[in-house]
Design a protein. Structure first.
Length: 143
């Protein structure tokens, strides 16, 4: 098995769907890498990963909102295609087995480099999710 692990920010609010009687939470995670090129110019490259989290525990969806920093791990998939200009392109997807919220929700000014990790959902049956209730802000989170 190949395992993909990513830490990044959600690009938009997640979408919960029911497919053939099973729930899936779809979200996209962006990871931006900053580096200097051979001429010393500051560069930035963003990689997007489209995530599908098949789970009965959809309560975590209320916390998967745009700007939220998350850790996700799972099995990678890649699809090659031609873009609108006819150029070759690829999409990186992940079938998520575990997702964790990290730090603040992004729109509340999280401190760069600091992540307070709390597991809120896991595909592993030995880890029960935290009770979610109806919390809407970080101050009201039950963990």
């Amino acid at each position: 098995m190949i395992k993909l692990q990513i830490i990044g920010n959600l690009g938009k609010d997640c979408i919960v769907k029911e497919v053939n009687g099973k729930n899936v939470i779809n979200f996209s995670v962006a990871h931006t890498e900053r580096y200097k090129d051979s001429q010393g110019n500051q560069k930035e490259r963003t990689t997007w990963v489209e995530c599908a989290y098949w789970t009965d525990r959809t309560a975590v969806a209320q916390y998967l909102t745009k700007g939220r920093t998350v850790y996700a791990e799972g099995s990678p998939e890649a699809d090659a295609y031609s873009n609108k200009e006819g150029q070759p392109a690829a999409t990186l997807r992940m079938r998520v087995q575990n997702v964790q919220l990290l730090g603040n929700s992004g729109n509340e000014g999280a401190t760069p480099g600091y992540a307070n990790s709390t597991t809120v959902a896991s595909a592993s049956p030995t880890h029960a999710p935290a009770e979610m209730g109806s919390a809407k802000s970080d101050d009201d989170l039950p963990f």
